[in-house]
Design a protein around this ligand. Structure first.
Ligand code: 2F8
Ligand code: CA
Length: 205
C-alpha cells in the first residue's frame, strides 16, 4: 500500500513539474514577444519623431517663404511699406488709406483680386483690432434684413457685435464696421453709404 501511494505521489509531482515547465516555456515565449513588440514600438516612435521633426522644419521654412513673399510684395509694389499688404495666418490683408462706402470698398478689394475681410477666428479678430482703425468688414444684411452674411455667402456664426448691435439704428444700417477695439464687443452696423476705411483679404492658398 505504501508503495502504491509513493507511486501516485511521484506521478503527481512529475505532472506538476511538467505543467510548471510548460508555464515557464509559455512565459518565456510571451516575454520574448513583448520584447519584440517593445522594440518595434520604439522603432515606430523614433520614425514618428523623425517625421514630426521634418514636418516642423518644413512648416517653418514655408512660413519664412511666405514672410519673404510678403516683404517682396511690400517692397516692390506697395508704398509706403507697412501700408500695403500684411500677412497673417494664411491670408494677406490690405488696409485702405482713404475712406469710401461699403460697396465702393468691396469693388476696390475685388479689383485687387481680394474681397472685404471675412473673420473666421478669434485670432483673426484680434489681429484686425491690432490696427486700431475703424473700418469696413465683409459683413452685410443687405440681401435679407436681419440675416447677416459674409461676402462669400456664408452665414454669420461667431459674432463680435458691440452690446446692443446690430440695431439698424438710423437710416437702414445694412453694413458692418469694425468700430471698437474690444475683441468681443467690436462690430457695429451702420448705413452702407457711410465713408470709412476698409480692409481687403486675399487668401494665400
Ligand atoms: O449707440 C450706438 C449707435 O451709435 C450711432 O448712432 C447714434 C451709430 N451710427 C453711426 O455711427 C452712423 C449706430 O450704428 C449705433 O448703433
Ligand atoms: Ca448700429
Amino acid at each position: 500500500m505504501e508503495m502504491v501511494h509513493a507511486h501516485i505521489r511521484f506521478n503527481n509531482l512529475t505532472e506538476e513539474r511538467d505543467q510548471l515547465q510548460s508555464s515557464y516555456n509559455n512565459l518565456t515565449e510571451e516575454r520574448d514577444q513583448l520584447k519584440t513588440s517593445y522594440n518595434n514600438l520604439t522603432e515606430e516612435r523614433d520614425q514618428l519623431q523623425s517625421s514630426y521633426n521634418n514636418l516642423t522644419e518644413e512648416r517653418d521654412q514655408q512660413k519664412q517663404n511666405i514672410n519673404e513673399a510678403c516683404t517682396v510684395l511690400c517692397g516692390h509694389y506697395i508704398k509706403p511699406c507697412g501700408h500695403g499688404w500684411r500677412y497673417f495666418s494664411g491670408s494677406f490683408y490690405y488696409i485702405s488709406s482713404v475712406k469710401t462706402s461699403w460697396w465702393n470698398s468691396r469693388d476696390d478689394c475685388k479689383k485687387k483680386g481680394a474681397d472685404l475681410v471675412i473673420i473666421n477666428s478669434k485670432e483673426e479678430q484680434n489681429f484686425l483690432i491690432g490696427f486700431r482703425v475703424i473700418m469696413w468688414i465683409g459683413l452685410t444684411d443687405s440681401q435679407t434684413e436681419g440675416t447677416w452674411k459674409w461676402v462669400d455667402g456664408t452665414p454669420l456664426t461667431t459674432r463680435y457685435w458691440d452690446d446692443g448691435e446690430p440695431n439698424s439704428a438710423v437710416d437702414n444700417e445694412d453694413c458692418a464696421e469694425l468700430k471698437h477695439f474690444d475683441p468681443e464687443k467690436s462690430w457695429n452696423d451702420v448705413p452702407c453709404k457711410l465713408q470709412l476705411f476698409w480692409i481687403c483679404e486675399k487668401t494665400s492658398t
